[in-house]
Design a protein around this ligand. Sequence first.
Ligand SMILES: [Zn+2]
Length: 187
Amino acid sequence: MPSAKFEIKRKCQYCGNTFIAKTLDSKYCSRRCSQRAYDQREAAKKRMSQLNDIVENIPEARDYISVHEAVAMFGISRDTIYRLIRKGNVPAINIGQRLTRISKSKLSEMFPLRAEPIDRSRALPKSYHLEPEDCYTIGEISKTYGIDDSTVYAHIRKYSIPTRQIGNFVYAPKEDIDHLYKDVVKS
Ligand SMILES: [Zn+2]
């Protein structure tokens, strides 16, 4: 059976340009974009650890905290905080220019604590329901994404996507397939 060469058209996750991905895992159009995305992730990590340090240094007993500390503690923006103060929704005191203090206990009633980024390695394994209504047949995948059957099978094996055969049809979960090909520009 002749198989067309598989081409994955993707949007670069950094600059948004469409490019031909060499592998299913390619996310960026160029080394430059890949490097910039990496720098961005590193900067975000650094920022997160700075915020954690600030939160750790807020004394439990002190109710009035700085805007800086409130941002770190609740993950809300400075604009949000100043808006709440202007509206009188949060008790605040002004002990000088740039020295606004706001009530931690009041903010706690309004906002959850800033969430840590989710640790992917601790994500629970998905439970698969391979009911036909939650699945595509291989033919449907091939038609939807413009990829020939044998390539679809190869990807299913490579990415350990579960399948189920009913009669003449092989089914694969929609969720996994859509995720796998989510950046493929449908032709
Ligand atoms: Zn790019």
